[in-house]
Design a protein around this ligand. Structure first.
Ligand code: TPP
Ligand code: MG
Length: 586
């Protein structure tokens, strides 16, 4: 059998039906092995970065491995941003790169290059993959592929890469000669019963507990166990940006999204809690503020994560637990879980209700008729189908959406947390639409970010994908402009000065995608209704005046409870059940 045929068969055996790629000479045999198959499809993208993001979107939504393929040299290096994103956000992806023939590869020769487009991608990506290797012996293909897939999915998931030289792709292999990979036992740790007992007693003592969930809930497929745990204990739930779709927002125990751009009520909830059960979240400074020692400072912190290195790395945990979340929650759920005297939590829940009422996550439209983006996203929630998959880009548009959409149980909100690459939403949406054919996919993007992968409109058109693109046009790199306004005395270099965008209506029409543009509040409802009245691609441009900022926002040095616009000190004090800090003084 030809090795490249073996690779495609292997993917199919692992329930992978699609690969996202851009063609190239060094992929020739692998592409040829896909030709004419009806059990496997190659989705030809128009930029390798987009192919990598599509694989990432596919994996985020399907829970299975996403696969992207690129040719040697520029094809391979174009994958890098997507590889890094999968690494930071723990997404299992397999990247396959073509490479020059082994006899054209420089190996240890002290020259820059031997073969045309030869680039040592394996060593370039090493810091941002779980594993990367170049195959030189065809008989190792089975061993390597099995090992890589196992590595990508096991423990804390992430990307892997295999570089396959042309002469290896076309090598003939004998199945009986292939070396097998023997899986190492799962690293799911069984926790000591004593630890569980201790945790239960800490939780029982708490009167202001909160569960903080991150992307790990979805990675470990622990949503149902989490839901069960929440219902049994009655503990309120705050999410990180990565965990925002792992708990339904219409549940009375949902207490918002935490972070630099988090809902003020979520930040206040965390700040005033006496116990934080942090599940599958890195507790990075975008969540905790730049002074982690001020974060939830009166709370006992139980931090559970599959990655030992994340424990006690940024925030001190009183109880660090290295464990798979599904296992952890199912263990807790088998105990007498009605351990919290729910009536004891009443004052705390009422307090959170107050926060929510005082600081809602959306605002009323302004009286000039301008579209307030938080208001817009709140409206959008009312129109989204119950099974919608929302893919958000990077920038103010992303934060407005995360703050104000009310994500339901079966809806998804996917966005890049660690890499935060502009232009990722549209390709991730393409990947998502292959993972979940038939489901409505919504892209939220900005005028800046959209231009980074605008060419993928052709992929949407070509495959007739049901993707609704909502572009918030504020004529600039809003998020960075906001930063310049705050810290650089409004010297808007390169975010407004020197920046421009095309007429998006004309661009989109060149890709034969119907479009519309709205500038006034009164147009929102009718246009959103129309957006979802068929299963075809559609583009909706929403004009947003640059005055709108992503707020509330946590500034450098402030504790989480003290977001901008700053509350008067009296108002802040009235929200606090714990002491306010000196840095809270204006
Ligand atoms: C690939 C890449 N380049 C640069 C940045 C830095 N950056 C973050 S947000 C942003 C502005 C995004 O502008 P736009 O898409 O219009 O969104 P807005 O903030 O205006 O809603 C920029 C330039 C980035 N995140 N990714
Ligand atoms: Mg913009």
């Amino acid at each position: 059998m030809k090795l490249s045929d073996y690779v495609i068969n292997f993917l199919i055996k692992n329930d992978i039906k699609y690969v996202f790629e851009v063609a190239g000479g060094s992929l020739a045999h692998l592409l040829d092995s896909i030709y004419g198959r009806n059990d496997f499809s190659s989705i030809s993208m128009h930029h390798e970065t987009a192919a990598a993001f599509a694989a990432e979107g596919y994996a985020r939504v399907s829970g299975n491995i996403g696969v992207a393929m690129a040719t040697s040299g520029p094809g391979a290096t174009n994958l890098i941003t997507g590889i890094g994103s999968s690494f930071f956000d723990s997404i299992p992806c397999l990247f396959i790169t073509g490479q020059v023939n082994t006899y054209e590869f420089k190996f240890s020769k002290p020259v820059r290059q031997v073969g045309f487009q030869e680039t040592d991608i394996v060593n370039i990506v090493k810091p941002i993959v779980k594993d990367a290797l170049l195959i030189k012996n065809p008989d190792k293909i089975k061993y390597y592929l099995e090992k890589l897939i196992f590595t990508a999915k096991s423990g804390r998931p992430g990307p892997v890469l295999i570089d396959i030289p042309l002469d290896i792709q076309r090598a003939e292999i004998e199945l009986k000669n292939l070396l097998p990979f023997h899986k190492v036992p799962s690293n799911k740790k069984v926790i000591d019963n004593k630890v569980i007992d201790e945790i239960i007693s800490v939780i029982k003592k708490s009167i202001r507990p909160v569960i903080l969930i991150g992307g790990g809930i979805r990675s470990s497929k622990a949503q149902d166990e989490l839901f069960k745990f929440v219902k049994k204990t009655g503990m309120p739930v705050v999410t990180s940006l990565m965990g925002v779709d792992a708990f339904p927002h219409d549940d009375e125990l949902f207490a918002g999204m935490l972070g630099s751009y988090g809902n003020r009520y979520a930040n206040l909830t965390i700040a005033n809690s006496d116990l934080v059960l942090a599940l599958g979240t890195r507790l990075d400074t975008r969540q905790t503020g730049t002074k982690p020692e001020t974060f939830a400072r009166n709370a006992t912190i139980i931090h559970v994560d599959i990655d030992l290195n994340e424990l006690n790395s940024k925030v001190h945990a009183d109880f660090p637990v290295n464990c798979d979340l599904k296992l952890f929650l199912s263990l807790l759920n088998t105990h007498d879980i009605d351990f919290i005297d729910k009536s004891k939590l009443k004052p705390w829940k009422n307090q959170i209700k107050q926060y929510k009422k005082r600081y809602p996550s959306f605002e009323i439209p302004d009286d000039k008729g301008n579209i307030n983006p938080n208001y817009f996203f709140n409206k959008l929630s009312g129109h989204l189908p119950d099974n919608a998959i929302i893919c958000a880009d990077i920038g103010q548009n992303q934060m407005w959406a995360a703050q104000s959409l009310k994500i339901k149980k079966h809806q998804r909100f996917i966005t890049q947390g660690g890499m935060g690459a502009m232009g990722s939403a549209l390709p991730m949406a393409i990947g998502a639409s292959f993972a979940e054919p038939g489901k409505p996919i919504i892209v939220i993007t900005g005028d800046g970010g959209f231009q980074l992968n605008i060419q993928e409109l052709q992929t949407v058109y070509h495959h007739k994908l049901n993707i609704k693109i909502i572009l918030l046009n504020n004529n600039g790199y809003g998020m960075v402009r906001q930063f310049q306004e705050q810290y650089f005395n409004s010297r808007l270099q390169s975010t407004v000065i020197g920046y421009s965008s095309p007429n998006f209506q004309e661009v989109v029409s060149a890709y034969k995608i119907p479009s519309n543009k709205i500038i006034d509040n009164d147009e929102i409802d009718e246009n959103l209704k129309e957006l979802f009245n068929n299963k075809k691609a559609k583009f909706l441009e929403v004009s947003v005046i640059p005055d709108y900022k992503a707020l509330p926002k946590l500034s450098v040095g402030r504790p989480v409870e003290d977001q901008e616009p700053l509350l008067s000190r009296d108002e802040l004090k009235s929200n606090m059940l714990i002491n306010i800090l000196d840095s809270n003084d204006e």
